[in-house]
Design a binder for this molecule. Structure first.
Ligand SMILES: Cc1cc2nc3c(=O)[nH]c(=O)nc-3n(C[C@H](O)[C@H](O)[C@H](O)COP(=O)(O)OP(=O)(O)OC[C@H]3O[C@@H](n4cnc5c(N)ncnc54)[C@H](O)[C@@H]3O)c2cc1C
Length: 187
C-alpha cells in the first residue's frame, strides 16, 4: 500500500503514529563516535579574557555571508568568554599537532592562559587567538548564539582567513581516537 493511501482521510482506521522518544544520550554518542570529524581549537580574546576549547562540532554554513557554526558546551569555561567577547577564531589542526588539541581539551589541566604557547599563537583582525601552525584559521565575529540542551550554537561571520603554506595531513577524530586521512585511488 502506498504512503499516500495510508495517509488518506478516507481510511477510517488510520494508524496514528506514537511519538518516538529520542534515543539515549549514550547511544547517540556511540553512533556519532563512528563519524570522523576535523579537530579545531575555537579561541577567543578581548575585554572579557582569553579562552580556547577543542571542538569538533564545527561546520560551514554558507559563503554569503561567509558563516561557520560552532557548538560549545555551556559548562565549558570558553563558552561564556566567547559570548562576552563576541569574537572567535576557528583553528583547524594538522596531524602533527594533536598535543594542542589535548591541551585545549583540558588534558593535564593546564591553566587557560598557559595553554596559549606564545610561539604558536598570534592575532588576525578581531584579536581572537589565531594558531600559526593551524592548517587553516577563520577569524570571526559572533552573529548569533542559541541554546540547545547542553550546548550553545554560535553562528559566526568570517572576517579573515589564514593558512599555513604547506597543508600537510589534517587531524581528525574518529572512534574516540586521533587519526588522519589518506588519499583514495578511484578506478
Ligand atoms: C576531539 C575532541 C573534540 C571535542 N569537541 C567538542 C565540541 O565540539 N564542543 C565542546 O563543547 N567540547 C568539545 N570537546 C570537549 C572540550 O574540548 C573539553 O574537553 C571540555 O570543554 C573541558 O575542557 P576543560 O577541561 O578545559 O574545562 P573547562 O571547564 O572548559 O576549563 C577549565 C579551565 O578554564 C580555566 N578557567 C576556569 N575559570 C577561569 C577563570 N575564572 N579565569 C581564568 N581561567 C579560568 C582554568 O585554566 C581551567 O583549567 C572535544 C574534545 C575533544 C578531545
Amino acid at each position: 500500500m502506498s504512503l499516500a493511501a495510508l495517509n488518506s482521510p478516507a481510511r477510517p482506521h488510520a494508524v496514528v503514529p506514537m511519538p518516538t522518544p529520542p534515543i539515549e544520550p549514550a547511544r547517540f554518542r556511540d553512533a556519532l563516535s563512528r563519524v570522523a570529524t576535523a579537530v579545531t581549537i575555537v579561541a577567543t580574546n578581548g575585554e572579557h579574557g582569553m579562552a580556547g576549547v577543542t571542538c569538533s562540532a564545527v561546520c560551514s554554513v554558507c559563503d554569503t555571508p561567509a558563516t561557520v557554526l560552532v557548538c560549545v558546551n555551556r559548562r565549558s569555561y570558553a563558552n561564556g568568554v566567547i559570548k562576552r567577547n563576541g569574537v572567535l577564531c576557528v583553528n583547524w589542526l594538522g596531524s602533527a599537532h594533536a598535543e594542542i588539541s589535548q591541551v585545549f581539551a583540558g588534558v593535564g589541566d593546564i591553566p587557560m592562559e598557559r595553554r596559549f604557547a606564545p610561539a604558536q599563537w598570534d592575532v588576525l583582525a578581531t584579536g581572537a587567538p589565531y594558531c600559526k601552525v593551524a592548517v587553516v584559521a577563520l577569524d570571526c565575529r559572533v552573529a548569533q548564539a542559541m541554546e540547545v540542551g547542553t550546548h550553545s550554537i554560535f553562528l559566526a561571520e568570517v572576517v579573515q582567513a589564514a593558512a599555513v603554506e604547506s597543508i600537510g595531513d589534517p587531524l581528525v577524530y574518529c572512534q574516540r581516537s586521533y587519526a588522519t586521512t589518506r588519499p583514495l585511488v578511484l578506478n
